[in-house]
Each structure stands twice: as structure tokens, then as C-alpha cells.
Design a protein. Structure first.
Lengths: 433, 507, 93
């Protein structure tokens, strides 16, 4: 089909220009008939697609070809969508700038700058070609690259979309979502993927919908943490909302910073167990086992393939759950998580949505990123983490530019109120024109 | 890790002399495979056919492929709850699954989904003989895979072979307090546990390797040593004896007994060092985030209890009231009780002796599990009546029952010609009725005088010895016979009665 | 707490190899991160239950019915007679 050839061409060109693809098939498969026929999607490389390699950004999964397809993706395929390839990412999702991996994507707005992470490849593909992507967020991995690359990124409620077939980063935090050029398209994908799945016992039936009250709250300290250009763009977008009849108030979250630490403790603890399976036995990197002294030596040798951020998170995560420290870190973080959820849900009884910048800055230069310590990397997630920790649905919608680079406004609603997010997203989107 | 760098253990062991007090403490952690069709977290079959190829019955979940997710088996939960109830555990209605992370080739995800700080059951007990063994906890977890050594054994094979068919099988772990006082007691505990779980259908008694234990043992002055993965009950006793001996020798030599994990080798009857305390894994438990809490409602728990068979202790107590004590456990544990209770044979002793003896023997010989399938209860009753009424000898009965079960024949079919049918023939019944009437003149005259109860007394006399006839039929025959004898006494119908006797003698 | 020692212990337990430089760098970096995590000590959480999921997830049970096994061993590179080839279990004495 000419359509298919054109699309593939676009994808390959974007990959050549911006290094956004982990895998592009030689030819696309025949689309099924359905409402999504003619829709071509990129898929983040931590989502399994039968027959396509899946490395989740890590060398340790080199050569792995999953024999099954993630439910979220197969639902799209059943409705006629076609997968154009797998997009690059930070290894296992570990990153805010998509630099922790073997192939680093470049921001189409300025190739000396990062695309954002961990779903950098998805945001770049969407920005460069207009094709929507199925993506994933654990602590902000959809909002960050969406904001940096100037596209719409939607992260639904935890459990709304089945995680079956998603290569895990942190199972109580991972959420499959979407990226697209428009709010309508992005939510269209969410709706097509959503719904309980017998294969994932944490996938949920949504709660009843609430109606829009036209009251929003801006999270003050997150505005304050943002660099001036980002802050201005956000405030301008918020003012336009007010003009359209939305009552906007300012609130402070008591637990903004605590949310960051609680998030990283839980995410890394879970991640360190998820990465235990990569020992070179059943898939991925494999060596000749009989050449090693014992299974411990073999496993250790194979796991030397992990990159530095993977090793760091395995160490930190294991530390957080080791006997003797588990109460202080892992259990404590879980209790702080309760406080964060309570606080945000309580606010979301009074307001339709919470508003904040998606990221405290615009996409940084690669040269600047190199100077950051791990802790400074993590601190960049301060805007996205609270909503992600609480599993609340949110979207990053492009607003005014700063320094010539895109910025995003993050819109957060209560659990299962994706429609409210969509509503505000579309208002903000319309106001930009 | 060097194997067994300890004082030499003799090939045959003499256990410490009776009465010696070395402060021996034994605790057992037993894993039993729950009697389900599929895995704990996936739909792969777990009861493997004899021709199963390695890794044939695996899927992305039990193989731990990235992206796979666990799906909890409802039957496993039901069986675990049933076991917890039978062992007197307090159920946690909000127990949780946990991840236990450690690196071993038989663990497909390199973490095991188990239960840690909120197990399904706490504080249970099991009666073994006249002792009560306290149980600490009970929980559900998944089985690792099987490791095979292509050349040699675990210690010297240059590589291993992995078969994940067993990976993900549902296990129940039951932990005792360290209250077992001898290796023999440990063995007895395991045997009793096995019996109870098999009786309740929680484990498949006929399956191989359905129960395995880790044993913890310490003596005064030494730390606790763990012996892992012992499969047979006899091996448990031997392993504990062997280890106790080793520890005593260590103490005598002035060497400390340190915390460590050992393996028992049946070939050499010794325990070998597997890993020291320093080499212990750091399990780093977290709550299993791919599964919701295992929340059980009161209704669910009640429904499980309601559907559970009568517990063996109760059944035995009940049955002991009507049969000699030695038959009660056999009837209960061999699944013969419902059959026994459906029988019409009045002599329960005779019935129990034959059910638990020759019938059970014939069942085992023919590989038949259910008594009703081996021999319909009515046929057994017929056979027992024939013996009780002297129609056939016990010896003959032994032969008949063998053939009836093996060849699936009725008693009538296996009895030789001329012996006559038993239940429907009036001959023996009539002889007995006549005898009873003749011997109970008082009751007969009372009946003739209008006392119905006396007739019942006579009927009762008959029924006590011969159940081939329905009581109503018996009553009618008594009435007839009383009339007949009355007629004889009064002199009427001599010829008639004589003729009828002659007729009977002709047969 | 000796961070360097903990890093080495945990790396060994998690079968992650670290060269000397990594041990040095990671000890420093992890020390910084843990110091930040320690700020949670100040948060009052008495009586606050832990949240291991962000939303309530109802319990679910699967029917005990056999499903066809896909036997997805295709990604294993070393297979012998249907078994997956694994490493040696114990060092030779």
C-alpha cells in the first residue's frame, strides 16, 4: 500500500534525523478493518509486540523477541491500527532525559537538546512525523518528553489500561498512555486501549464520572520551582483559562518534596526485583554457562551488561528493601504515599483539576545534562511525580514557548476522571490557536 | 563452597541413648503441592503426563518472560483455606503476597511470589498421637523449576539443565514451632500431616514428590542448622539423626555449631554444607505489586468450611462407637466410611472386618479407589448375609469377593450351582422363621392374643440374623407361619403342611 | 553505616559486578541520594497505613481450568534435549 510505504519512509527519516527508533520493520503488516484502520502508531520499546524485538532501552535484552503482544497494543491492532515500530527509551524507564540508553534521541526542535524521558523516542516520533504513540509513564515519562518536544502526552489512571505485556519498571506505578499532536487523538488511543483485562489482575473497572465544575487549582510551589520562561508560559495559559470562565485558585502541596523521595524509594525497590530476572538464562544476553565457575559467576558476568543507571537503581532499590532498612525506607515511603494520595484527592474533591508546569525547565542541552548528579536528575521529576505516585490521570498539553523551546502545562484530575482532563486539555489547546 | 568439611560421620548411625538430654529442638517447614489442575499463577497444567517433555507445559508467566503477569488460581486459595481450617489456623482475611528475591537458576523470575509478613494462617496445631504439635504459620507460594544434572550431580556437573514444567506449581507451606523433640517425632508429624491433607483432598496422595521439608535442628550449646529439601519421611528422620550426631561430635570436639544450611545425602547418610550464614541470601521482601491483597469474605470462608468433609478426628470418634477401634481409622482414611454407612448389614463388626480387610485388599489389588466401584454395597451385604447365615464359609467368601471385584460379577454369578440364591429365596428365611416361632411360644401366644408388639419382637429376632428380606416381607411370613403352626397345633391342614415341607425337602 | 561496604554487599547479593571506579562513584552518589531519602524521617506517619497501590484493587480469582501451553522457549539460545542449558551449581572443591 502506498500509505504504508509513505509512513515507513517518514518513520525512517525521523529515525535518521533524530535517532528515535529502536526497531523499524521492513514492511508493515496488513491492517485489520476497524475504526482505527489507517491509524499508524509507534510503540515504546518496553511494550511487547509479537515478533518485534523488545529491548526496553537496555543492552541486557539484546536479541529478545517477545512471543506475545501487550494487551494495550493488541486492542489497537484489533481495531485496525498498525504498529510502525518501537521507539527508544531510557533503559527500563530509568531516566528523565532519555540519555540512559544505547541510542539517545535528539529533540527535533533543537538537536543539541534532549528529548526528555523515559519515552523520548515516542515524543520525538510524534513531533517529527505527527504519528501518535503508545507510551508509558512511571514517574513522569510521558509528561516530560511531551513537554520538551511540544506534543500532547496523556497518562491515564493507574489500572485503567492493562499492563499485560509491559516490561516492568515499577508495577505499582507503571501506566500505559499515549502521545499525539492533538488532545482528541491522544485520548482516542486511551479509550481504545482501556478496560479491564483478565490477564492483568491490577486492571480496573473505572469509577463513575464526575461533571466539570469549572474550578481549577494551580500548585504554587511547582510554579515557583520552574525557570522564568516556563513559569510565564504556564501563567499565561492559566490566565486564558480564567478568561474562559474557570475559577482558578492557588494551593500548596505539603508533600511535594516528600512525594519525590517516596516515589523513588518505591520505584527503585520494585525495579530492583523486576530486574532480577535478567540473568542470561531464558532470553536476551546469553553466554555459555558451562564456561563459568558457578551460577553466581555466570549471572554476575551477564549482569555486567547493565548500564550505570540500571546498576544504581538496582543498588538503591535493593538497599531500600534490605532487612534492617526496609522499615525506614520501603515501608515509610508507602505511608508517605498514602499522605500524598490523600492530600491530592482531597484537593480534587474541591477542584476539577490541579495545574502545574509539566517540567521545571525546557529541554536541557546534552552538555548540561552531563554535569548533573543522579540526585539532580531525580529532582527534575518534581512536577510529574506527585500525580504519578498517586496514580492520578493527567496530561501534558503544549503551551507557549520559552527560549524557542516547547513547554507543557500538566493537568491532573481525580482517579478515573480522564474526561475532565480531556476537557481542560482541549480548552487549553484551543486557546493556543 | 566445599562440601562437608566436618568430622567424619559413620555410615550407619546409632541414635543417642534414650533419656539423654541434649536439648534437642526440631522445627519443620513443609511444602506440599496443592491438588489443582493448573499453576498458582498461570493456566499451565501441573499434573504432568508420563510422556511430558521438558518445558512443554510452560507459558510466558511461569517462564517469567518480561511483560508477563500472575493470575491467582482460585482453587489453590480454596484448598489453602481448607487446610488452614483443618489445622486450626487463624485466617488472615487480608493476607498479602510478597516478592522474595534471590538468584537461582530454578527461579524463572529470580523472585518467588510467596507470602511474608501477612500469611494466610497463623497459629495452628496438629494432633500426633497424644501430642499436640504447634504450628506457627501457613501460606501459599509458587514452586521453582526442576534442575537436572546431565553429568554427575549438583556438586560436580559442569552445567545444569532446567525444566520449567514445575515452575509455578501451587505450594502450601506449613511451619511448625521448634517443638518436635526427636527425629522419630518429626517423621510421625509428617505422616499424620500427609494423611490429613490427603484425606481432605488438599494434596493428591497418588502423585509423586507431593511433600518436601526443610528441617531446622539445634542442640544445647549450638546454633540452628537448616537441612533443605528432604523428600521422603524416612529421609527426614535419618537426616535429623545424622545431623544431631554431627552436632554432638562437633561440641565434643570443642568446635562451635554455626548457623548454616546443609543438604542431606541419602547415599552417604550425611549432611553436607550448602552455604554459611554469611552467604545467606538477602531476600529483600516487598509486597507483590502485580496482585491485589488476598481479601476473603466471611461468606467465602464459611462456604469452604461447609463444603469440607467431616474432619477425620470427629469421624473416627463417631465410628468407634459402633466398630472395634482398629477399624475406625482405616474406614475414615481409606475413604470407606460413606460406603460402610450405606450398608444394610446389621453386624457392624463383621461389616467393618470385611470392608477394611478383604474388600480393601481386593480394591488395592485391582487399583480401584472407590469401594462402590469395586463392589456395589448390596452385593457385599448379600455376601455377608450368606456367611452370617452359614450358607457359605468365610473361606469361600474370601474367594468369592476376589472374583466379584476382579471380574465385576455378582455373588449369584460366582457362587457354584446348587447353593441357591440367597436374598430372594424363601428357603433359608422360612427355616429361620419357623425356628423362631417354634422357640418363642410366649411371644407367639401374646401375638395371637392381640399384642402387636410381640410380632415385632419376632420380626426383630429374624432381622438380627438375616437381612435378606424386607421387614414387611418378614412380618407377613411370620404371620403366615404362626397361622400355619397354629393350624398344626389345632390339627388342621396336616396334609397341607406336610405337603409343603415335603416340597421343600424335595429341593 | 559504611556506605562503601553496603554497596559492595548489595552488589554481590544482587549479582551486579562493580569495578573499583564504580564502587567509588556509586558509593558517593548513593550516599547523596540516601541522605535525601532520609528526609522522610521527618514526616509524621503514625497511624497512616501504607499504600502499596495508588487505588483500591479488588481481589480476583482465576478458574482452575487448563489452558494450552505456548512453551515460549524460543529465545533461549542453548537448549539440550528440550531442557534449557544452565550454569554449574557448585565450584569444584
Amino acid at each position: 500500500m502506498t500509505d504504508q510505504t509513505d509512513v515507513l519512509e517518514k518513520v525512517r527519516r525521523a529515525d535518521a534525523d533524530y535517532a528515535c527508533m529502536a526497531y523499524v520493520p521492513d514492511a508493515l503488516s496488513e491492517s485489520k478493518n476497524g475504526p482505527l484502520r489507517g491509524v499508524f502508531v509507534g510503540v515504546k520499546d518496553n511494550l511487547c509486540v509479537d515478533g518485534m524485538p523488545a529491548q526496553a532501552g537496555s543492552r541486557i535484552l539484546e536479541g529478545y523477541v517477545p512471543p506475545f503482544t501487550a494487551t494495550a497494543v493488541s486492542r489497537l491492532q484489533l481495531e485496525g491500527a498498525t504498529v510502525v515500530g518501537k521507539t527508544v527509551m531510557d533503559a527500563f524507564g530509568f531516566g528523565t532525559f532519555n540519555v540512559n540508553t544505547y541510542k539517545i534521541p535528539k529533540n527535533p526542535h533543537d538537536v543539541s537538546r534532549a528529548a526528555g524521558g523515559s519515552s523520548g523516542g515516542s515524543a520525538v516520533l510524534t513531533a517529527a512525523t505527527g504519528l501518535p504513540c503508545v507510551s508509558e509513564s512511571t514517574g513522569g515519562s510521558i509528561s516530560a518528553p511531551a513537554a520538551f518536544c511540544g506534543v500532547v502526552g496523556v497518562t491515564p489512571t493507574y489500572g485503567k489500561i492493562s499492563r499485560y505485556g509491559l516490561i516492568d519498571y515499577a508495577n505499582s506505578l507503571d501506566k500505559i498512555g499515549s502521545m499525539a499532536l492533538t488532545v482528541r487523538e491522544a485520548f482516542g488511543l486511551i479509550d481504545a486501549m482501556a478496560g479491564p483485562d483478565a490477564k492483568d489482575m491490577t486492571s480496573l473497572v473505572p469509577a463513575p464520572k464526575k461533571s466539570v465544575q469549572k474550578k481549577a487549582a494551580v500548585v504554587t510551589e511547582l510554579l515557583e520551582k520552574a525557570e522564568p520562561g516556563v513559569r510565564q508560559a504556564c501563567m499565561a495559559a492559566v490566565e486564558k483559562l480564567q478568561e474562559s470562565g474557570v475559577a482558578v485558585e492557588h494551593v500548596r502541596l505539603e508533600h511535594t518534596e516528600n512525594a519525590l523521595y517516596a516515589y523513588y524509594i518505591i520505584a527503585m525497590a520494585e525495579a530492583s526485583t523486576n530486574l532480577a530476572k535478567y540473568v542470561g538464562l531464558r532470553y536476551g544476553q546469553q553466554l555459555a554457562p558451562e564456561e563459568f565457575e558457578t551460577y553466581t559467576d555466570y549471572f554476575t558476568r551477564v549482569r555486567g551488561t547493565f548500564g550505570p543507571e540500571e546498576k544504581r537503581r538496582i543498588l538503591l532499590g535493593s538497599f531500600a528493601r534490605t532487612a534492617g532498612y526496609r522499615g525506614k525506607y520501603y515501608d515509610k515511603a508507602a505511608r508517605v504515599r498514602t499522605l500524598v494520595i490523600r492530600e491530592m484527592k482531597s484537593l480534587l474533591q474541591r477542584y476539577d483539576v490541579l495545574l502545574m508546569p509539566s517540567m521545571p525547565c525546557v529541554a536541557p542541552r546534552f552538555s548540561d545534562i552531563e554535569k548533573l548528579s543522579p540526585l539532580e536528575h531525580y529532582a527534575m521529576d518534581v512536577c510529574t511525580v506527585p500525580a504519578n505516585l498517586a496514580g492520578l490521570p493527567h496530561a501534558s498539553v503544549p503551551i507557549g514557548k520559552s527560549d524557542g523551546m516547547p513547554t507543557g502545562l500538566q493537568i491532573v484530575a481525580d482517579h478515573f476522571q480522564e474526561d475532565i482532563v480531556k476537557h481542560y486539555g482541549q480548552v487549553v489547546e484551543a486557546q493556543r490557536k | 563452597m566445599k562440601a562437608g568439611s566436618d568430622p567424619v560421620q559413620p555410615a550407619s548411625l546409632s541414635s543417642p541413648s534414650v533419656g539423654e538430654d541434649d536439648g534437642l529442638k526440631i522445627g519443620l517447614e513443609t511444602h506440599v503441592t496443592l491438588n489443582t489442575r493448573t499453576g498458582l499463577f498461570c493456566g499451565c497444567r501441573v499434573k504432568l503426563p508420563a510422556d511430558a517433555k521438558p518445558n512443554q507445559y510452560t507459558c510466558e508467566t511461569c517462564l517469567g518472560l518480561p511483560g508477563s503477569k500472575p493470575r491467582l488460581n482460585g482453587k489453590a486459595v480454596e484448598l489453602a483455606v481448607r487446610a488452614a481450617q483443618a489445622l486450626g489456623f487463624t485466617l488472615d482475611l487480608d493476607s498479602r503476597f510478597a516478592r522474595k528475591t534471590y538468584y537461582y537458576p530454578d527461579l524463572s523470575k529470580d523472585y518467588q511470589i510467596t507470602q511474608y509478613d501477612r500469611p494466610l494462617g497463623l497459629k495452628g496445631m496438629l494432633h500426633v498421637g497424644d501430642k499436640t504439635i504447634e504450628l506457627t504459620r501457613l501460606h501459599i507460594e509458587e514452586d521453582p523449576a526442576q534442575i537436572v544434572y546431565p553429568h554427575g550431580n549438583m556438586a560436580n556437573s559442569t552445567y545444569s539443565l532446567l525444566d520449567y514444567n514445575r515452575s509455578g506449581s501451587p505450594l502450601l507451606e506449613i511451619v511448625t514451632e521448634p517443638c518436635l523433640k526427636s527425629p522419630a517425632e518429626a517423621k510421625a508429624y509428617l505422616e499424620e500431616l500427609f494423611r490429613l491433607l490427603a484425606y481432605l483432598g488438599i494434596i493428591d496422595a497418588k502423585a509423586e514428590r507431593v511433600m518436601k521439608s526443610d528441617a531446622n535442628i539445634s542442640i544445647r550449646g549450638g546454633e540452628r542448622v537448616e537441612i533443605k529439601n528432604i523428600t521422603s519421611f524416612a529421609a527426614v528422620e535419618k537426616a535429623l539423626q545424622s545431623e544431631r550426631f554431627r552436632q554432638k561430635k562437633m561440641l565434643q570436639a570443642g568446635k562451635p555449631i554455626e548457623r548454616q544450611t546443609r543438604l542431606y545425602s541419602e547415599e552417604t547418610d550425611t549432611t553436607l554444607l550448602m552455604r554459611t550464614k554469611e552467604q545467606e541470601e538477602d531476600y529483600g521482601y516487598i509486597v507483590e505489586p502485580d496482585l491485589p491483597p488476598l481479601t476473603l469474605t466471611a461468606e467465602y470462608v464459611d462456604a469452604v468450611r461447609f463444603q469440607t468433609k467431616e474432619l477425620p478426628d470427629k469421624a473416627i470418634t463417631r465410628v468407634e462407637k459402633i466398630v472395634p477401634a482398629q477399624y475406625a481409622p482405616v474406614l475414615v482414611y481409606q475413604g470407606l466410611l460413606p460406603y460402610f454407612e450405606s450398608s444394610k448389614t446389621a453386624d457392624k463388626n463383621l461389616l467393618a472386618r470385611w470392608t477394611c480387610g478383604y474388600l480393601l485388599k481386593a480394591m488395592n489389588y485391582n487399583g480401584i479407589d472407590a469401594p462402590e466401584q469395586a463392589l456395589p454395597v448390596a452385593e457385599l451385604d448379600a455376601l455377608l448375609y450368606a456367611i452370617a447365615s452359614g450358607k457359605i464359609t468365610e473361606r469361600a467368601g474370601m474367594e468369592y469377593i476376589k472374583r466379584m471385584v476382579t471380574e465385576k460379577k455378582t455373588l449369584a454369578a460366582v457362587m457354584p450351582e446348587g447353593t441357591g440364591s440367597i436374598q430372594t429365596s424363601g428357603t433359608d428365611a422360612d427355616v429361620l422363621i419357623a425356628k423362631i416361632v417354634a422357640e418363642n411360644a410366649k411371644a407367639v401366644s401374646e401375638y395371637r392374643a392381640g399384642k402387636a408388639k410381640s410380632l415385632e419382637f419376632l420380626v426383630g429376632q429374624f432381622l438380627r440374623q438375616n437381612l435378606g428380606l424386607h421387614p414387611n416381607e418378614v412380618r407377613e411370613r411370620f404371620i403366615k407361619e404362626i397361622e400355619r403352626q397354629g393350624a398344626i397345633e389345632s390339627g388342621f391342614g396336616i396334609a397341607k403342611s406336610g405337603a409343603s415341607f415335603d416340597k421343600e425337602l424335595d429341593r | 553505616m559504611d556506605i562503601r561496604k553496603e554497596v559492595e554487599r548489595i552488589a554481590a547479593a544482587q549479582r551486579v559486578p562493580l569495578n573499583d571506579e564504580e564502587k567509588e562513584t556509586f558509593s558517593r552518589q548513593l550516599g547523596q541520594v540516601l541522605a535525601a531519602f532520609d528526609k522522610l524521617d521527618q514526616v509524621r506517619t503514625e497511624g497512616v497505613p501504607p499504600a502499596y497501590h495508588p487505588v483500591d484493587i479488588p481481589p480476583q480469582l482465576r478458574k482452575d481450568e487448563i489452558e494450552p501451553s505456548s512453551a515460549p522457549v524460543g529465545n533461549a539460545r542453548r537448549v539440550e534435549k528440550g531442557y534449557l542449558k544452565g550454569p554449574r551449581m557448585m565450584k569444584t572443591a
